[in-house]
Design a protein around this ligand. Structure first.
Ligand code: HEM
Length: 130
């Protein structure tokens, strides 16, 4: 059936299968990005939080906040990123990688815009250095 204006973002994205694929590609790009890995706190956190774990938690979180049936049980964004010293430049790099993945998977403009808005709403909790 066609999407309607009132469908949740979760429904318009196509549910957990496409969401998990996009998150997986995004996390793969993020954890292998040389600029972001130059941050020693981020690089060190890979042992505590390996890519498969991040994929699980981010998928559950995106599913929940877009109106899907999941329940995110991880830590909040402020606590989980507080020790990582994430800079504005690292944030901008992450946004560029996210846009790249949304484009690769042909996520439409409306849905991409809503995802970017959700991600931007977490920026103040995640970026702790200029
Ligand atoms: C430059 C941007 C970002 C970097 C470098 C980054 C890096 C990390 C790292 C290294 C961890 C593991 C922390 C630890 O366990 O000590 C983590 C956890 C996590 N991040 Fe990010 N992150 C970024 C942005 C985001 C954004 C925008 C979101 C989604 C809104 C997000 C969602 C999560 C989630 C759900 C966890 C798991 C929390 C938990 O373990 O309970 N991250 N991130």
């Amino acid at each position: 059936a066609q999407d309607t204006e009132s469908d949740s973002l979760y429904q318009r994205l196509g549910g957990l299968v496409p969401i998990s694929v996009v998150v997986s590609d995004f996390v793969d790009l993020l954890v292998s990005n040389p600029q972001i890995n130059r941050n020693p706190a981020v690089a060190a956190a890979r042992e505590r939080a390996p890519a498969p774990y991040l994929k699980f938690q981010v998928t559950a979180q995106v599913c929940e906040v877009t109106g899907g049936p999941c329940k995110y049980t991880g830590r909040n964004m402020k606590e989980s990123h507080a020790q990582l010293n994430i800079t504005e430049a690292e944030w901008q790099r992450m946004i560029a990688l996210l846009k790249q993945v949304l484009g690769k998977h042909r996520v439409p403009a409306r849905e991409s815009g809503e995802i970017l808005e959700i991600i931007n709403s977490t920026k103040a909790d995640i970026v702790t250095r200029p």
